[in-house]
Design a protein around this ligand. Sequence first.
Ligand code: ASP
Length: 352
Amino acid sequence: MTVPAPPPHRPLLVIYTGGTLGMQATPRGLAPGGNIAERLERALRQLPAGLGAGLPAYRLLAFDAPIDSSAATPRDWSRLAGVIAARYRDHAGIVVLHGTDTLAWSAASLAYQLQGIDRPVVLTGAMQPLEAVGSDAAENVALALHYAANPALQEVAIAFGGRLLRGVRARKWHTQDAAAFTSPNYPLLGERVGSDAVLYPGRGLERQQRGAPRFELPDYAPLADGGVARIVLWPGISARQLAAWLEDQHLKGALLEVWGGGNLPEDPALLGVLAQASGEGKLLAAISQCPHGAISPGDYAAGQGLRDAGVLSGDAMTAEAALTKLVHLLAQPLADAERRRRFLTPLAGERW
Ligand code: ASP
């Protein structure tokens, strides 16, 4: 049995956080613009009938100081989840208008904070501002509204370029293309077919979303200024360079992006730096630099060191999913063993 859908008469909530979608030209380049309610309504009205017909009713909540999402930090992830948690009961679904640069990071973070959500939370944005000729903005918003009104969708997702992706599996993949997002290790949740927003059966989290939502809303502020690092290895990385990251007193955890199926050089100095950081209680995890496929550290001798140093396997998680999960776990008062257990357990469909 799934959780009963909220009554259909409740409107959707659209939250505007910033991003290209609402930007306007300034002497210094595009910057977040105001007056979003009117501008959005106008753009939706101008959509061709097939795309703009029958859009569900929504209320708009515009953040006071919309941002370019390249400026987002874990504080913004906390704030956004808090706003949704406080208002979701009065709305059939939520749409978040967000800059595309870090949209996938916010989506991943929301998935952990809003575990068990019983209705759609759909993020979208645009590669072109609402008023630009040939803009993708209104189409993306219309698609997000349609998915957000579908009670069968019970998770955090991204609607973009005619597709619906699991939020905690998605990545921004293109700097210009209208289909800017991809989901390298999980199939699409849905797709626009003609003017219909189709949801593919059997791919969503709805069977997992039983009982009351299990929101976890820890304060991310203590980790927001570099508490968790993302370290991408390169050929020739030295132990000294790795130590510069990991010996930082403010660092509580780190995501390592290693080679192929989970390998790194069998360099005792490098492995020693990892083991020392782990021994100090820093939470370390690894994923592959390859966009597709999982890691399996230890298949090669060159990966054994990761296991010996206590580095957790991030499976086929995206960097966005793995790093936001480290932040989420480190922000909670959990014992180290419990944090490690939860990292290895799928919490929101982010890993197998
Ligand atoms: N820099 C913009 C942002 O992420 C890019 C976009 O929205 O497409 O806010």
